[in-house]
Design a protein around this ligand. Structure first.
Ligand SMILES: [Zn+2]
Length: 103
């Protein structure tokens, strides 16, 4: 499995790591630095640590490498003007992990 580091990743105080995986085939998609316990609706580009998708290419949509299902779509947040990926609610699972995929 190829894992790409995200060069845009920034460290955030008080965050934890989530592994985002495909709901259909369980293939890992990305490690995400989440702040707070709120529902996961989007992933900010600069909080994606690494992934099996190359986020350095700013993909317009994120497809599962295992089954090609669309998991997220890129957009720019209105409030912050930041690049983010809006997750398809039924398309992914999340769980807390201690280390990113690339570790
Ligand atoms: Zn899949």
């Amino acid at each position: 499995m190829t894992v790409y580091l995200n060069p845009r990743a920034r460290k955030v105080r008080g965050s934890h790591l989530l592994l985002i995986s495909c709901a259909r085939c369980s293939h890992p998609i990305a490690t995400y630095r989440k702040v707070g316990e709120s529902n996961l609706v989007k992933m900010f580009s600069d909080r994606i640590v690494d992934g099996t998708v190359d986020f350095s290419l700013d993909p317009g949509a994120v497809f599962c490498p295992g089954c090609q299902m669309r998991v997220a779509t890129r957009y720019t947040t209105r409030a912050e003007g930041k690049t983010a990926y809006r997750l398809v609610p039924s398309a992914f699972h999340r769980r807390k992990v201690n280390a990113p995929l690339s570790d």
